[in-house]
Write a protein that binds this ligand. Structure first.
Ligand code: G4P
Length: 203
């Protein structure tokens, strides 16, 4: 496992902070979907994101990578904390002609949609050690797509930082099989009507 610098007491505080917020404002929708529009997906709490950025900060990383759009806020605060650039993987390719593009199809089970994830070869190369940051980990399709692109760029994937992991879905195992270390702040083991169960934090 990687030695995230935010480990210990501060990390535990951030985990609790996020869990409390999910308990207070999260709404469980049908199909085991957690709606967190009041602080992550629609309105964004910048102060929460700032704290989370400290938590994901790690040594030896050269770039933070995220997938648009909800991963951008925590990815940016992490990048600021570490003093390194953030790269956004695009879901809609730029209309400006660019020959050096890496592309891969990603299918979202939760939303029932597909998109072509795009990265320009100019932004990441074989010298990069990348930490991927995203808001949710469900089936792991988005993260797996991001990793495919980063491998095309010959970059090293150092890990995946997630705000909310739905541990009852196969994402974490899928990534573990690929040798990717997953670090999730909140791990949800069960979602039901008026009921959210978390996996207890470990320090
Ligand atoms: P996966 O990437 O882990 O495979 O997840 P999946 O395909 O099942 O879902 C893809 C989209 O659905 C992602 O957003 C993901 O963040 C979101 N998602 C999955 N489960 C939940 C949930 O319980 N609650 C919420 N709020 N979102 C969930 P996206 O399409 O990339 O959109 P964006 O929000 O980043 O723009």
């Amino acid at each position: 496992d990687r030695n995230f610098t935010g480990q210990g007491k501060e990390r535990l505080n951030h985990m609790k902070l996020l869990e409390e917020r999910i308990r207070q404002e999260g709404i469980v929708k049908s199909g085991s979907v957690l709606k967190v529009d009041s602080f992550i997906n629609h309105k964004v709490d910048p102060f929460l994101m700032k704290e989370i950025g400290k938590d994901f900060a790690d040594h030896g990383i050269t770039k933070i990578v995220t997938i648009e759009s909800s991963g951008i806020a925590p990815a940016l605060t992490t990048a600021i904390e570490m003093g390194i650039p953030m790269v956004i993987l695009k879901k809609q390719p730029s209309k400006v002609l660019n020959k050096n593009l890496y592309q891969t199809m990603v299918t979202s089970f939760t939303k029932g949609t597909s998109y072509e994830l795009t990265l320009s070869a100019e932004q990441i190369d074989e010298t990069d050690h990348v930490l991927i940051i995203d808001d949710f980990l469900a089936n792991g399709e988005a993260a797996t797509g991001a990793i495919r692109l980063l491998r095309k760029a010959h970059a090293t994937v150092a890990g995946l930082g997630i705000l909310i992991e739905k541990s009852f879905q196969p994402g974490r195992d899928k990534l573990k099989e690929q040798g990717i270390h997953v670090y999730s702040l909140a791990r949800i083991s069960k979602l039901a009507e008026n009921y959210i169960e978390f996996i207890p934090e470990e320090v």
